[in-house]
Design a protein around this ligand. Structure first.
Ligand SMILES: [Zn+2]
Length: 292
């Protein structure tokens, strides 16, 4: 490699790096769609291709192995991990107190009030509140999650009159489009299909995301490969998860694609997923997550 082309390659690599989150979809589509034998007009472009290929490989390695630690993952330091543990414990006690269904739609302010009133939960400290803020305000692109923010305010409240509890599931759905889609699926597929996760408010998403990070030594990037960071979950705006009755936790694995429910969903044309295989959002393949 000549000195000139090395300098050029380095400059291009630096230029591409910060742009990757914004261009993830574009790059994934263009790189995967373009056959390697495509004619490259000049040497400069030839030097870009290996960089892009490496980054694509790295990206795919992450979304295909979401629970594996990767060298550039963002991990909380020891002090932050202490806060993480404290916050996750309090959220778990809060969930026990209000029940799973109520917890899934609970607003942040309401959660603070209940925690403060219940000695069995305990108020959130200033440091814990600052920790919530830090997690909420961080750009999820830093973790490698490229979905768009769904809720702009941490204090966003889900209005009780806009939602409906789905019998036998303990989950809620938004009235309108979301409920209609689920009802169509249910009417077509019958009792075999179940709603495994519906609306998730900010508190519920905090609990899921932070619990996952806690189980993996404070690794926020790893958590974001299978759970949207708080504020970024499409479960807050209408998406939901479905499963096969009796499959339990298997409904959140690729085992779900072997079920009658999945096969019939595909036949009936309901398969329109948010996180398809090798999607450009930085998230694992989720064939159970129905996009609205
Ligand atoms: Zn989902």
């Amino acid at each position: 490699m000549t000195r000139r082309s090395f300098i050029k390659m380095t400059a291009i690599a630096l230029l591409l790096a910060p742009a990757f989150p914004l261009r993830a979809e574009e790059e994934l589509l263009s790189i995967t769609a373009q056959p390697k034998e495509n004619h490259l007009p000049d040497n400069n472009e030839q030097s870009v291709r290996p960089i892009a290929d490496d980054r694509l490989k790295d990206y795919l390695l992450k979304v295909r192995n979401p629970d594996t630690l990767h060298p550039d993952d963002i991990v909380l330091d020891n002090a932050e991990q202490q806060l993480l543990r404290a916050v996750v414990d309090k959220l778990a006690r809060l969930c026990q107190t209000v029940g799973d269904g109520n917890f899934s739609t609970l607003g942040f302010n309401e959660a603070l009030i209940i925690a403060g009133r219940q000695p069995s939960i305990g108020s959130f400290s200033k440091a814990e509140l600052a920790f919530f803020e830090m997690i909420y305000s961080r750009d999820a692109g830093d973790y490698g999650f490229f979905g768009t923010k769904q809720a702009v305010a941490l204090l966003h409240v889900i209005a009780a009159q806009e939602i409906v509890k789905i019998p036998q599931s303990g989950n809620y759905l938004f009235k309108g489009e979301s409920l209609e889609k689920y009802t169509r699926i249910k009417n077509n597929l019958g009792d075999d299909v179940i709603l495994t996760s519906g609306i998730r408010g900010i508190v519920k998403q905090f609990h899921l995301f932070l619990s996952k990070a806690q189980r993996h030594a404070g690794n926020l990037s790893l958590a974001s490969r299978s759970l949207a960071p708080p504020g970024y979950s499409y479960h807050a705006t209408g998406d939901f998860d479905i499963g096969q009755k009796g499959l339990g936790e298997g409904n959140f694995s690729e085992l779900f694609t072997t079920t009658t429910v999945y096969k019939r969903l595909a036949q009936e044309g309901f398969v329109d997923y948010r996180y398809w295989r090798d999607n450009p959002l930085g998230v694992r393949y989720e064939p159970w997550h129905v996009k609205l």
